[in-house]
Design a protein around this ligand. Structure first.
Ligand code: FE2
Ligand code: FE2
Length: 140
C-alpha cells in the first residue's frame, strides 16, 4: 500500500501548488520504499533525501515569494513552519551522512507534517493564493 496516498484531501485546487505537493508526496513515498527495502542501498536513500530537501526548499520559496510580493498577513507563522521543517530535514540528512539510518519514525514525521501542513496551513492561504496568482497572470 502506498505510504501517502494522493487523495482529494491533499488537493488544494491550485495547479502549480498541487503539482509541487504531489512531487513532495512522491518523494516521501520513494524514501519509504527505499527504506523498507531490506537491500535498500544507502546511495539510493541519500539521493532521495537530498532530492526531497532540495525540492522542499524550492517549493517553500515559491510560496514565500508570493507571500512577500502580495502581502500575505499570516506569512510569519507560515515561514516559521517552513523553516522548522527545513531545519529538521537538514539535521536528518547530516546524521544520515554521518552513518545513522533513517528510520520509520522519521518517515512518520515527514508524512504527518506534510499532510497537516497542506491540509491546514496551505489550505488557509487559498483565497490569498488565488488572488496572488491571478495578479501574477495579469502582469505576465
Ligand atoms: Fe505547500
Ligand atoms: Fe507552506
Amino acid at each position: 500500500m502506498t505510504f501517502i496516498p494522493w487523495t482529494a484531501a491533499l488537493k488544494l485546487g491550485v495547479p502549480i501548488i498541487d503539482e509541487q505537493h504531489r512531487v513532495l508526496v512522491d518523494l516521501i513515498n520513494a524514501l519509504h520504499a527505499a527504506i523498507s527495502d531490506a537491500a535498500g542501498a544507502r546511495d539510493a536513500i541519500a539521493d532521495i533525501l537530498e532530492g526531497l530537501l532540495d525540492y522542499t526548499h524550492n517549493h517553500f520559496i515559491v510560496e514565500e515569494v508570493l507571500f512577500q510580493k502580495h502581502g500575505y498577513p499570516d506569512a510569519d507563522k507560515h515561514l516559521s513552519e517552513h523553516s522548522g521543517f527545513t531545519g529538521k530535514m537538514m539535521n536528518w540528512l547530516t546524521r544520515f551522512e554521518d552513518g545513522e539510518d533513517v528510520n520509520l519514525e522519521v518517515l512518520d514525521f515527514l508524512k504527518d507534517w506534510l499532510v497537516h501542513h497542506i491540509c491546514e496551513e496551505d489550505r488557509a492561504y487559498l483565497p490569498f493564493m488565488r488572488a496572488a496568482l491571478a495578479k501574477e497572470a495579469m502582469a505576465a
